[in-house]
Design a protein around this ligand. Structure first.
Ligand code: 6PG
Length: 473
């Protein structure tokens, strides 16, 4: 029997769909799933229901799985993040040959990936931490792929990975080598942070339309549909429009029957922690995580709901509010992407990775969850490894000048009526911060010197010269 081009370990939705995607591009695939109690029949069911006539073979034990892949083996793990990845690496390692390539296609933490890489390389294997975005449909039809790790592996996996990836408008694959160590998973972590913030921004706009303008799901659907055909075109706006159309069994819009309590798997939290460690303000991303956390406080919210705020219908010009809301969304989204690229740039400096921001923006143009018209425009304003202030780029400067008063107005209206807009407002504060020649940090420095003798620099002295004062004399 001919050996397979690649092995997929883990037949959850992502594992199944990536196997089908590889097979649809002409590659032969060996698949394996652990056979613990509730997962006994996963491989069998997948093979019999979805793989008829396709070059996918199911294997019943690890040894058969590994032996059915051609050398050097390419084995992709699609298992839960955390301990499961460690366990699977330990299970398969005894069966591997030198130069085999293990690819972790989950959302592992980039530090775990760096650890796995050095563990595997020290034994003569190669390891790739591979961010994959696009959800179930992307995995099947073409995801955006962010591989990083053992560079020698790239040569051997490039043609396969670029074949299954989404293509951008120029027909280039949305898959490019990111860099060494855990850089692929770091970039995927940032992708997910941006994803959280963009989702929250759309949710805040939905809230304004629902609770301030008393619009129905159908009416909000029409607005998102209109936005999606203009400057706010994006995958997330498109799915929001689609979601708002769906009816539940009681014929009501399904969205109105869904509990307002948001879950998360952890990549958003990871980026916030990393951002604090790296000293990069990703305020929009952190606020979007906090917003999900606040949403889970269902009991507290329900008890306090009627005590302080009584949201009434907006009495002003409804059309004008929708227009400024569109402007606010546009401006906030630019800040979200900007914060995302800033942390990649800083991470690359800190960890000495030679990453190319323009390539990352390019491979995010299709297949992934954060693809959008704004991101496409942003491509042109990025340099290889530094983020200029994109706000000063001609592409955005004039538009933000036109739109930023609408941004302010939207937030003013929302907060006056008690509608929480944490990401719309934190992005505006970030914008105002980086556009302020003078900030009150002089007072912070004086306070630090007052109680801690930490010293302060003076406006008319050279940087690096520190002064102290006897503040309470
Ligand atoms: C993607 C998604 C995907 C997934 C995340 C986010 O790019 O395809 O980011 O990886 O949806 O796990 O999940 P949470 O919202 O649960 O953190």
């Amino acid at each position: 029997m001919n050996k397979c081009d690649i092995g997929i370990y883990g037949l959850g939705v992502m594992g199944q769909n990536l196997s089908l995607n590889f097979a649809s591009r002409g590659f032969s695939v060996a698949v394996y799933n652990r056979r613990e109690a509730d997962e006994e029949n996963i491989t069998n069911t997948f093979i019999t229901t979805k793989c008829q006539g396709k070059k996918i073979i199911g294997t019943r034990n690890l040894e058969d799985f590994i032996n059915s892949i051609s050398l050097p083996r390419k084995i992709m793990l699609l298992v839960s993040t955390g301990n499961a990845v460690d366990e699977v690496i330990n299970q398969i390692t005894p069966f591997l040959d030198v130069d085999d390539i293990v690819i972790d296609g989950g959302n592992s933490h980039y530090r775990d990936t760096a650890r796995h890489l050095s563990q595997m390389e020290s034994q003569g294997f190669m390891f790739v931490g591979c961010g994959i975005s696009g959800g179930a449909e992307g995995a099947l039809k073409g995801p955006s792929i962010m591989p990083g790790g053992s560079f020698q592996a790239w040569d051997k996996i490039k043609f396969m990975f670029q074949a299954i990836a989404a293509k951008n408008e120029d027909n280039n694959p949305c898959c490019e080598w990111i860099g060494p160590e855990g850089s692929g998973h770091f970039v995927k972590m940032v992708h997910n942070g941006i994803e959280y913030a963009l989702m929250q921004l759309i949710a805040e706009s939905y809230d304004i339309m629902k609770r301030l303008l008393f619009m129905s799901a159908d009416e909000i659907c029409s607005v998102t549909s209109e936005w999606n055909s203009g400057a706010l075109n994006s995958y997330l706006m498109e799915i929001t429009r689609n979601i708002l159309k769906v009816r539940d069994t009681d014929s009501e819009p399904l969205i109105d029957n869904i509990l307002d309590c948001a879950a998360q798997k952890g990549t958003g939290r990871d980026i916030s922690i990393s951002a604090l460690e790296l000293g990069v303000p990703v305020t929009a991303i952190s606020e979007s995580i906090n917003a999900r956390l606040i949403s889970t406080m269902t009991t507290e919210r329900s008890l306090a709901a009627h005590e302080f705020i009584n949201t009434t219908q907006y009495a002003g010009d409804r059309k004008a509010l929708l227009k400024v809301l569109e402007d606010a969304l546009y401006c906030s989204q630019i800040i979200v992407y900007m914060q995302g690229f800033s942390i990649i740039a800083k991470g690359a400096i800190e960890y000495k990775w030679d990453v190319d921001l323009t390539q990352i923006a390019r491979i995010w143009q299709n297949g992934c969850i954060i693809r959008s018209k704004i991101l496409k425009a942003m491509c042109a304003s990025l340099k290889k490894n530094l983020v200029d202030n994109v706000l000063l780029n001609p592409t955005f400067k004039e538009t933000i000048k036109q739109k930023h008063s609408g941004w302010r107005k939207t937030i003013m209206i929302a907060i006056t009526h008690g509608i929480p807009v944490p990401v719309l407002s934190s992005t505006l504060s970030y914008f105002d911060g980086i556009c302020s020649e003078h900030l009150p940090a002089n007072l912070i420095q004086a306070q630090r010197d007052y109680f801690g003798l930490h010293g302060y620099e003076k406006i008319n002295a050279s940087r690096g010269i520190f002064f102290h004062s006897k503040w309470d004399r």
